[in-house]
Design a protein around this ligand. Structure first.
Ligand code: ZN
Length: 341
């Protein structure tokens, strides 16, 4: 393998026989079908993600840790109460709190979540958002979009094609909300799974882990596991069973980095407002498209759930108050972050 190959080639495993199948980032980005040179089985890169999630406890732990924290309570924000209530009512009716679980599951594991917009029989009102199987979806791209005199790099979406047992469903872009996890500033038609960047490390762990362990090279396993956690977006320390044996400041720093992972996932859900909320607002002649806001995670919440308490910090702030170094208001603000939500 040349140096260039090392950076672009990605070895994975056949989901049937375990034989090594070499792919590359571009093929993964284009969702190309993989074919095993040994047994001839064709499979999707998402099948590999599923296999690694099922078979590698570390991958499962990292992803489950993200899923545990990402589905936060949401709020609908608008300056106009009627607009806000219309959207709130709709989301309650379709059971969005439950649907969002599925949406985040797909977004984290595969990088893409697709929701089919179902309307009533005259096509006027949205009545349901139906999650579609990400693996079955293919995006047909058109021309590059031009804004003014500049090319944006972004491509027009002509249609979403859904593979079914009977054949194919061709879906209009207006009927599908595509939520994707973005990792690059440049345009990408598909999103990026949290697993993608760690594929090589997972492969090495599976192919060389046992040998390294037998040879006493635990450092190699530690190195790979560290990169798998960081690649997925979970600082390894947060997966430790007893976090209180570490300094609180270290755990807090790790939590802040992890919250960055969660925030980026929350930002990915903006197409919901752009497509679904705006249609609801327009169909009812309401003035403002509301925003979807997920409750932001506070590092102290993660610390508290890990067994830390903040008695010392609260005592210090109380002393500052008693010495009249801070005001009552500053005191209340300072300790509010240590309180339960
Ligand atoms: Zn095979």
């Amino acid at each position: 393998m040349s140096d260039m190959d090392w950076h672009t080639k990605v070895p994975v495993e056949c989901i049937d026989c375990g034989h090594e199948v070499v792919t590359d980032f571009d093929s993964i980005r284009a969702r190309k079908t993989l074919t095993c040179g040994s047994c001839g089985t064709s499979f999707h890169i998402f099948d590999v993600y599923d296999m690694y999630y099922e078979e590698e406890p570390l991958v499962k732990n990292c992803i489950d840790f993200i899923l545990k924290y990402v589905n936060q309570p949401y709020k609908i924000e608008s300056n106009d109460n009627t607009s806000r209530e219309a959207v709130e009512e709709f989301l309650t009716k379709i059971g969005f709190a439950k649907l969002s679980e599925r949406m985040f599951n797909d977004l984290v594991k595969y990088g893409d979540s697709y929701l089919l917009i179902r309307r009533d029989h005259d096509g006027k009102e949205i009545v349901e958002l139906e999650p579609l199987e990400p693996k079955a979806m293919h995006i047909v791209l058109g021309e590059e979009i031009r804004r003014g005199i500049g090319w944006t790099g972004e491509r027009e979406i002509l249609e979403f094609v859904r593979k079914t047992e009977q054949g194919e469903d061709r879906l209009k872009p207006a009927d599908v909300v595509h939520i994707k996890k973005r990792e690059y500033t440049r345009y990408e038609p598909y999103g990026e799974s949290v697993i993608r960047i760690t594929l090589k490390y997972i492969h090495y762990l599976r192919t060389s882990g046992a040998g390294a362990r037998a040879a006493g090279a635990q450092w190699w396993i530690n190195y790979l596991e560290n990169w798998i956690c960081l690649g997925i977006g979970v600082p390894p320390i947060l997966l430790e069973s007893n976090l209180t044996k570490f300094p609180k400041a270290i755990v807090e720093m790790a939590s802040i980095s992890f919250i960055g992972t969660i925030n980026r996932l929350h930002w990915s859900t903006r197409p919901l407002a752009r497509q679904v909320f705006s249609e609801i607002i327009k169909s009812r002649n309401l003035p403002e498209v509301p925003r979807l806001e997920w409750q932001s995670l506070n590092p102290t919440k993660i610390l508290r759930e890990s067994g830390f308490n903040f008695m010392d910090e609260m005592k210090l702030w109380k002393q500052l108050l008693d010495l009249h170094i801070i005001t009552e208001e500053e005191y209340r603000e300072a300790i509010s972050r240590y309180k339960e939500d």
